[in-house]
Write a protein that binds this ligand. Structure first.
Ligand code: ADQ
Length: 489
């Protein structure tokens, strides 16, 4: 929680995200255990140390009783976290339903649910109502804790309705909204029944940020084509009020990874892994087990590579670490079985009595184990079908300054815009192309690896999470001044 150690002289930042950066486990009527949870946003904000930050969000548990709520609020306050209490029904409709079943797939170009159209329409409306209701509950908590001069930074697709609710409370509140996923082409966004309401609400923010220029451009086109508003080089204008829209590519706390490599426990891990895989090149995939990450496609490409390159069969191993997420959703359960089935088939096909080509782990690794794995890897495979940015590619580069391994990166990850010159870019749907990129990476000469790594390492160590947050917040301050000037001129 270093990032929460703000000093009182610093500006107060209210970070509002669906999930708090902790998971709460109930230990008794009035006692709670808090654990830091894994995720891209959490990782990025761990690097932010310049603001007196408070985090407002859902703790990930249903707490129906007042005693439990009071105790949890108190425990979280020590971490400068403020809970929003959502009941099970709201979570089901808002989080599992509208956020994860509608917005998440749609924003990653996987389309809207394809069940019976009438049934979808009916449940769609109730899920959207729950979404609005949940966003209003977040707004109530923000408003309760807001002090004049605070900056409010709303995060992600869960909270697209929040800027509108906040401005209804207080039009002077400085509100920024940042999307961690891609914003899709306006042709995709226009299929969403609530397309206009969401755009209008986001436009209530003073500053709207995306990882890449392309996502920002898609958003502006959606506003011009769907709402008929005017897009300008600075953003979107509606009756003289400008909402600034810009790209703010996220980074990581690269120093934290680089420093971790010096920790004795990590060095011990590195030694063990190096001995364990001696004589073999190590390829690595680290993903949440989600359809957008393209895990089956990646493993199939590895199979194709082994098929076509028999001499490599006992000289390379793929370590695929996949943290299960949304395990109660049937589509995710299906994905897990699919991955297990493919891994089993390939290991049966190419394994020997002493070694298998793929080690697949369905679990989260602790930070030190993850750093050691990144450090011993020869080739990282990031083959997301779509990904807002993808921090794994950044973390790998940060841990590779001795080894100078190769990054194979999907052109559909936002990171392709920043690490594209150093990585081998691939279309993850093209299994033949990915398979041949694996060969290219494994055979790459040291000078070429050094050159590519240098490019990426400089980027990752200069465009950090801290810089990302500072840039966004300072721009948000300036933007509000501009917006007020415009309306008073
Ligand atoms: P995510 O989809 O969660 O984030 P990503 O950016 O790759 O994706 O971040 C995942 C984080 O979880 C990384 O920090 C990684 O180290 C960690 N992680 C993943 N698997 C792990 C494992 N098995 N064990 C331990 N840690 C693991 C969303 C968007 C991304 C965007 C981020 C930040 O989907 O596109 O980059 O937010 O904006």
């Amino acid at each position: 929680f270093e990032w929460l150690d703000g000093r009182p002289s610093k500006q107060r930042l209210l970070v509002v995200a669906n999930r708090l950066p902790v998971s709460a486990i109930r230990k008794g009527e009035d006692s709670w255990q808090l654990e830091v949870s894994v995720g891209g946003l959490v990782t990025a904000l761990l690097g932010v140390k310049e603001f007196e930050a408070r985090w407002i969000g859902w703790a990930g548990v249903n707490v129906p009783d007042e005693i439990g709520q009071r105790a949890l609020t108190k425990a979280l306050a020590e971490k400068r976290c403020i809970p929003v209490f959502l009941d099970e029904e709201i979570v089901h409709q808002y989080y599992n339903g509208y956020c994860n079943n509608i917005l998440w797939p749609l924003f990653h170009y996987l389309g809207l649910p394809q069940e019976d159209r009438l049934a979808t329409t009916r449940s769609f409306q109730s899920q959207f109502d729950a979404y609005k209701k949940a966003n209003q509950m977040f707004a109530d908590v923000v408003n309760e804790h807001y002090e004049e001069g605070d900056v409010v930074w709303c995060h992600d697709y869960h909270l697209m309705f929040l800027p509108k609710c906040l401005k209804e409370y207080n039009s002077k509140m400085k509100v920024g909204w940042f999307l961690h996923t891609p914003f899709p082409s306006s042709e995709i966004h226009r299929t969403l029944p609530s397309r206009s309401d969401l755009l209008r609400s986001v436009l209530c923010a003073d500053l709207v940020g995306f990882h890449t220029y392309d996502y920002a451009r898609h958003f502006v086109s959606a506003c011009t084509r769907i709402l008929g508003l005017e897009g300008t080089p600075e953003g979107v204008e509606d009756q003289g009020r400008l909402t600034r829209v810009a790209a703010f590519p996220i980074g990581i706390d690269s120093d934290r990874f680089i420093r971790a490599l010096e920790v004795p426990q990590v060095q011990e891990h590195i030694k063990e892994l190096t001995e364990r895989f001696a004589g073999r090149k190590v390829m690595l995939g680290v993903d949440r087990l989600d359809m957008i990450k393209g895990i089956p496609q990646k493993i199939l490409a590895f199979e194709k590579f082994l098929e076509e390159n028999p001499s490599w069969r006992d000289k390379v191993v793929l370590l695929q670490i996949a943290v299960p997420t949304r395990t109660d959703v049937p589509e995710y359960q299906k994905l897990t079985s699919q991955v297990h089935e493919i891994v089993g088939r390939i290991n049966g096909r190419f394994g020997t009595l002493t070694a298998v080509p793929i080690h697949h782990l369905d679990r989260s690794l602790d930070f030190h184990a993850l750093c050691a794995l990144y450090a011993v890897t020869d080739v990282a495979l990031v083959t997301s079908l779509r990904d807002g940015m993808n921090l794994v590619s950044y973390e790998f580069v940060a841990c590779q300054d001795s080894k100078k391994g190769v990054l194979i990166l999907s052109e559909f990850a936002g990171a392709a815009q920043s690490l594209g010159a150093g990585a081998i870019l691939v279309n993850p749907w093209n299994i033949t192309e990915v398979a041949s990129s694996i060969g290219q990476a494994l055979n790459m000469l040291p000078e070429e690896r050094e050159k590519r790594h240098r490019h990426n390492f400089v980027h990752v160590t200069t465009h950090t999470a801290q810089e990302w947050a500072e840039t966004f917040v300072s721009e948000l301050n300036d933007t509000v001044v501009e917006a007020q000037l415009r309306t008073t001129q």
